[in-house]
Write a protein that binds this ligand. Structure first.
Ligand code: TXA
Ligand code: MG
Length: 310
């Protein structure tokens, strides 16, 4: 993708004034603001209609500025070296001297941090003096945005500027891992848990449905297209859209395929856009065929399960 420097400059000018802009990332688009500014962070919550208790992920270009805000440890450094920039978010201890807005963290003593890989956003992050708070660019609890058009659909004129970055290449949010003590996955995402395990060479627990919510990506209802979803469906009902992992020989107008050959990475990339298309066509509900529960299929199933709680 060609980088348009004038667009990046425009976004930076707004960010410098504590305004919010939408930015592309390889996972999903984000609503960005200066993470050191209470004003900018307040605007993010308001735009998204996001509950105040749900803290924001803070985005950095690299380790240098992160050292002002967090204590780093060996496990973190191993994963950083291997996977960053990329689709992984770390929960780390927040330093008392950090200038990160307490609105962004909801007063927590931990911080969620991420190093996005998208070249446009990396170029922007390199040029600014502050880290960026950026939750996914969708109305709270709804399907995330993977193109600038999706962001426009959700926010219209309410968002001052959308930085163009094409379609997100991964298409589902980052994997969140709490790395402060024993590594614990809090949200399945764009990086397979198996790959993380391989690098850390120790047991990783997964806690994506805790009784006490620590990452509201864990909220049971989330990622909803706003219409009912049924899972593992073999036979659809009248008026339903049918969402399938792999292209079928019989192709009807209400059949939607996440991938041609059943490739799970391609399916993840297409998931949110197809859910948005189906929603626009006014189907009453969505029936989903079985999706293999391996690789990014685990993330897809997680999102669909939460979306089905609508
Ligand atoms: O791929 C992504 O992570 C995207 C792009 C834009 O970077 N961002 C994203 O942000 O998905 P959001 O706000 O939609 O999800 C952030 C998740 C929430 O579930 C939040 O509760 C959790 O991160 N989180 C933030 N700070 C946390 C903390 N200190 N401890 C535990 N979870 C935290
Ligand atoms: Mg989100």
């Amino acid at each position: 993708m060609k980088i348009n420097l004038a667009n990046i400059k425009k976004a930076i000018n707004l960010l410098n004034k504590s305004e919010c802009v939408a930015i592309p990332t390889e996972t999903v688009y984000g609503i960005a603001g200066n993470a050191y500014s209470d004003l900018a962070c307040t605007k993010i919550f308001k735009l998204k209609k996001r509950p105040k208790v749900n803290p924001l992920i803070i985005h950095y270009h690299d380790l240098r500025k992160l050292r002002n805000d967090c204590n780093l440890n060996g496990d973190f450094l191993k994963l950083y070296k291997k996977f960053c920039p990329g689709p992984i978010t770390f929960i780390l201890d927040l330093k008392e001297t950090s200038k990160i807005s307490k609105i962004a963290t909801n007063q927590k003593s931990s911080l969620a941090v991420r190093f996005p890989k998208h070249p446009v956003t990396r170029n922007l992050l390199k040029k600014i003096k502050f880290p960026i708070a950026a939750p996914s660019a969708n109305i709270s609890s709804r399907v995330s945005a993977v193109t600038s058009a999706d962001v426009k659909d959700d926010f219209g004129k309410k968002i001052k500027y959308i930085l163009e970055g094409g379609k997100s290449s991964i298409g589902v949010e980052s994997t969140i891992i709490d790395i402060r003590k024993k590594p614990k996955i809090l949200r399945l995402g764009g990086l397979e848990d198996k790959l993380i395990q391989k690098i850390l060479k120790k047991k990783i627990t997964t806690n994506i449905n805790p009784s006490k919510i620590s990452a509201p990506g864990q909220f049971k209802i989330h990622y909803s297209p706003g219409i009912p979803i049924r899972l593992n469906v073999k036979k659809i009902k009248k008026g339903e859209a049918y969402l399938l992992i792999k292209k079928k020989k019989i192709n009807k107008a209400n059949y939607y395929f996440l991938s041609k050959e059943g490739n799970l990475n391609e399916a993840a990339k297409n998931l949110y856009s197809i859910l948005r298309i189906i929603k626009k066509k006014n189907y009453k509900s969505i029936a989903v065929g079985k999706i293999p529960n391996k690789g990014l299929g685990k993330t897809i199933n997680d999102r669909l399960k939460r979306a089905a709680k609508f």
